[in-house]
Write a protein that binds this ligand. Structure first.
Ligand code: SF4
Length: 864
């Protein structure tokens, strides 16, 4: 048992909860003033995000400070280099010596990039900043990234390319209470950050309309005005459908679009084919609900807030972009009590992504590839810009090449439990096992630390000084209420010591105040400019919002900070926000005969991220919680699964076991599991590591899964036994003959897939007797073993004469769809006809020779 020593003072320490991005204000004080012992915790009644509220995680946070499993000594393997040998305690000198030996050997054999660094969104700004500098100055490697890639990188990428800046909320959280409409997309604050609900509740009490978009009826959805429950992975189509309606109904803010944006014409054309009934078929959201949502969004003030449910997809950036497009078209960003924002998850998810932990980034959102940015930061660091390495690779790309040709051979990991939180954890575990050296800094022996060569114990939140940046972009102070246990050091000290041993110690400080002062200089002039933010101002002003340049050097008044962005302009080269056309694409993996349902993952109220901390909290609600799979009663009945049964989930990557929670709060084609556990119930043994091409975000939120009953409620041992996984390596479809046979497997119902031949095309007629190809996008080879059926045709014709689209099968005309001059048609095909696999379907054009114009075409097909 560790005895935690309170500082010799009876005063309170004003600091913040260690967990989520709300960073609730709390006060810590010794239980017995002036004496060693446990700390008492109270919420700060006046801190603007939590207003005296805390969730169960916050209330129990101090219980981990003297937890019996706390790491108090460095650990090394008994047999050096053999990770199957047990750990033994070591001195810091021995442990750091092993780390430096391994780093030196890897770099001597394979080059500087053979050593990688992996950080976390829970690190203070100072540690995140120092880690980026440690990689580039002490190790001189380009290989650094962090777990924020797995969090909000898609929304950050979309915001950067549209607004020219990425700050999660561009306004204080309290503005939410003033908005007449709030649309929450894939966000569940009632469970993940309950004190934030005070702001939403105040708005609703004042008559605001709240719309929640989520495949589950979460606690947030249950309290909303309107709940839309789309199929996971279709939020982009939903947003485009809303924008289609806005355009058609003349509800675009044309003056705002003309004055403050560019690129809308392409987006307007892009959503032309997002007809509401088509969107309904893709998403499952009724047309009437689309209309209600748009009506709400055109209120006097409105906000659209996305979170991980919309963003953690292989098309997450484009999905966030679609919601941003909608917000811009309605003129929301920069208007009072309006705009677009993303709700950051991790405690320092905002600050952690600003100061250099990312592979392409330098402090202050500067770019590693920009010569001026390199020169500025190198000047602050006292090195030659040419000493800085180049741009590295993203988190999963680095992890997936570890120990392999061209990949890192040694990894230093801080504040992350990868084998619980990364996608496809079995694959990540195998890559870790291939490393020559694996070093983990943590407060507990997490599932990932158990795999390390060297484990370094580190200080906890209440034992350190530093700054954090919350979901609003408000920079706040983390204060030390007691020293770390004897023999435990914080990560700044560790980086300084390692740098000393690598001959680069003169560039580093272990003092958080000195590091923050240097961070301010390094960020000066950058997008995330902290140079005007001082600890004294943070204390006096309940935090300071960045950007906050230092305007006092020439005797000027201090910059007030920037609570609200975009009121006048956007930080893009021409001051305008940039629309980008985005199209719906199916998820990277969709259900098929072998994996017939959609798996989605998320968080529970009592747990935080990988659960390294919260699963150890003694409170029964946290320590004894069991991982459950939520599934609809219809699905449970079909699969003969009862409440509390043990259920096996399998995907192409792995298997995991959960207890069944049967609930009609979820779609019948979707199952949900929390990702806070490892072992037999590791949700991320199932998830798909397919990456978003822009943000490199893995597809955590949608993949194909098989579900089956494993045992009765009392067969608890099934939840601890490694689940048996029999992978089918590639998507399979039954042959046509198989399809015609009644299925004998109740758990493998056939699922239909929609397909669309569509787009907007300029044309020149070849003659009314010559069906001419219009575009390669209007042809489709029906896959073998599948049957396709045309469901409807929609078309619009801008020309002054009649034209006709011809549906061809293998070169033979099947149907004609005439479209009058300057007219549009909608043809439901009520008598459907099977088109067998192997057939070539095409839409060709009949138009008078020489006639020019534009056609909007949309042929809806279903395949099964
Ligand atoms: S976990 Fe988040 S919501 Fe809960 S107390 Fe901590 S900061 Fe507040």
């Amino acid at each position: 048992m560790v005895v935690v020593s309170a500082p010799p003072t009876s005063g309170a320490t004003r600091t913040h909860c260690p967990y989520c991005s709300l960073q609730c204000g709390i006060e810590l004080r010794p239980t017995v003033p002036g004496l060693p012992g446990p700390l008492a915790l109270e919420p700060q009644a006046d801190f603007p995000t939590n207003l005296g509220g805390l969730c169960s995680k916050g209330w129990t946070a101090t219980s981990l400070l003297d937890h019996p499993q706390r790491l108090l000594h460095p650990l090394v393997r008994t047999v050096r280099g053999d990770r199957s040998s047990p750990f033994r305690e070591a001195t810091w000198d021995e442990a750091l010596g092993r780390v430096v030996d391994g780093i030196t050997a890897a770099q001597a054999a394979y080059g500087r990039d053979a050593v990688g660094c992996f950080g976390g969104g829970g690190l203070t700004n100072e540690k995140a900043y120092a880690f980026g500098k440690f990689a580039r100055v002490a190790l001189r490697t380009s290989m650094i990234d962090y777990n924020g890639r797995f969090c909000m990188s898609s929304a950050a990428t979309a915001a950067n390319r549209t607004f020219g800046i990425d700050r999660g909320l561009p306004f204080p959280l309290s503005d939410v209470a003033r908005a007449r409409t709030v649309v929450l997309v894939g966000s569940n604050p009632a469970a993940t950050m309950p004190p934030a609900m005070q702001h939403l509740d105040a708005g609703r009490a004042d008559g605001a309309t709240h719309v929640v978009v989520d495949p589950r009826r979460t606690a947030t959805a249950a309290g909303s005005t309107l709940h839309l429950a789309p199929r996971p992975g279709t939020d982009l189509a939903l947003a485009n459908g809303l924008l289609h309606l806005a355009v058609r109904q003349g509800r675009v803010d044309e003056a705002y679009v003309a004055a403050r944006t560019r690129g809308f014409a392409a987006v307007r054309a892009g959503v032309a084919s997002s007809w509401p009934d088509r969107v309904e078929r893709i998403t499952g959201v009724p047309v009437a609900q689309l209309q209600q949502t748009l009506d709400a969004l055109t209120a006097e003030s409105a906000m659209i807030l996305t979170a991980r449910g919309a963003e953690q997809h292989s098309q997450g950036t484009d999905t966030a972009q679609a919601w941003i497009n909608l917000a811009l078209a309605l003129g929301l960003p920069g208007k009072p009590w309006s705009g677009y924002g993303t709700v950051t998850g991790q405690g320092n998810g905002q600050g952690g992504r600003e100061h250099g932990q990312k592979a392409d980034q330098l402090p202050g959102y500067r770019k590693l590839a920009d010569p001026a940015d390199r020169a500025h930061v190198a000047g602050v660091w006292g090195i030659d810009p040419d000493e800085l390495p180049g741009v590295g690779v993203s988190a999963f790309e680095m992890l997936d090449r570890m120990g392999a040709e061209g990949g890192v051979r040694a990894l230093v990991l801080m504040a992350s439990n990868l084998v619980v939180s990364a996608p496809d954890v079995n694959r990540v575990r195998a890559r870790i096992e291939a490393l020559d050296l694996f070093v983990v800094s943590d407060i507990f022996l997490s599932e990932t630390a158990e795999l390390a060569d060297v484990v370094l114990p580190t200080a906890q939140w209440a034992e350190e000084e530093g700054t954090m940046t919350n979901l609003e972009g408000r920079v706040i102070r983390r204060r030390q209420a007691l020293p770390p246990p004897t023999g435990v050091h914080d990560d700044l000290w560790v980086m300084k010591e390692l740098a000393e041993r690598l001959g680069r110690g003169r560039y580093f400080s272990a003092d958080p105040g000195e590091v923050f002062a240097e961070l301010r200089r390094a960020s000066a002039g950058g997008l995330a400019d902290y140079s005007g933010i001082t600890p004294a101002r943070i204390d006096a002003e309940q935090g300071v919002f960045w950007p906050c340049p230092d305007t006092t050097t020439d005797g000027g008044a201090p910059h007030p900070g920037t609570p609200r962005l975009f009121a006048e302009t956007f930080p893009t080269p021409d001051g305008r926000a940039v629309f980008r056309r985005v199209e719906h694409a199916e998820a990277a993996e969709t259900p098929d005969a072998d994996y017939p349902y959609v798996l989605t993952t998320g968080r529970l109220m009592a747990q935080y991220q990988s659960g390294t901390q919260t699963r150890r909290v003694p409170a029964p609600s946290q320590s004894s919680a069991q991982p459950e799979v939520q599934l609809h009663p219809d699905l449970a009945r079909r699969l003969e699964i009862g409440s509390r049964d043990i259920v096996l989930l399998s995907t192409r990557r792995g298997a995991a076991t959960f207890r069944a929670q049967v609930s009609d709060d979820i779609r019948a084609d979707t199952v949900f599991v929390p990702f806070h556990w490892g072992g037999a119930s590791a949700a991320n043994a199932l998830t798909n590591p397919a990456l978003d091409p822009h943000s490199k975000m893995p597809a955590f939120k949608a993949c194909a899964v098989a579900v089956s009953r494993l045992g009765a409620p009392d067969e608890d041992e099934l939840l601890t036994r490694p689940p048996v996984h029999t992978a089918l390596s590639a998507p399979t479809r039954p042959t046509l003959n198989q399809r015609l046979q009644p299925s004998r497997r109740k758990d493998l119902p056939m699922l239909a897939q929609n397909r669309f031949l569509q787009g907007v095309f300029a044309f020149e007629g070849a003659g009314m007797d010559k069906p001419a190809p219009l575009s390669p996008e209007l042809s489709h080879l029906v896959p073998e073993g599948v049957v396709s059926q045309a469901l409807y045709f929609r078309g619009g014709n801008s020309s002054d004469e009649l034209v006709s689209l011809v549906l061809m099968r293998d070169g033979v005309a099947m149907r004609y769809f005439p479209i009058g001059a300057k007219a549009d048609v909608h043809v439901p095909l009520r008598v459907v006809e099977d088109i067998d696999g192997g057939s070539l379907i095409e839409l060709r054009l009949l138009a008078p020779e020489g006639l020019t114009g534009t056609l909007v075409v949309d042929l809806g097909l279903v395949e099964h």
